[in-house]
Ligand binder design. Structure first.
Ligand SMILES: [Zn+2]
Length: 104
């Protein structure tokens, strides 16, 4: 992974805060929604087409949050780069549906 050193961390997916029931029938969480355990941070992401989940320990939440933000920045840049590339190859894209003007 040396080629990624210094580039920062990127993670796709989403980070959610949620509470859980533990499954023990006599625990308060079984009947009282306010007594549910947590909150926990849960990270969901796709890996090879499968949706995966992971409970995130509190001390890793900030790092993961930053990695998710970085991933979105990279995606955004990639999208812009892609559109720029197409307009360099094909020229400026035609503006669609300008008000008061009909295409065709
Ligand atoms: Zn419980």
């Amino acid at each position: 992974m040396d080629q990624f050193a210094g580039l920062g961390l990127i993670c796709s997916g989403t980070l959610l805060k949620r509470t859980k029931t533990c499954g023990k029938p006599h625990c308060r969480c079984a009947r009282d929604p306010k007594a549910r355990h947590g909150p926990y941070h849960e990270w969901s992401w796709r890996e090879e087409g499968r949706l995966r989940h992971k409970i995130v320990p509190p001390e890793k939440v900030d790092l993961l949050r930053e990695a998710i933000r970085n991933y979105r920045t990279v995606q955004e840049l990639l999208g812009r780069w892609e559109r720029e590339s197409a307009s360099i190859i094909f020229g400026e894209p035609e503006r669609k549906s300008q008000p008061g003007k009909k295409m065709n």
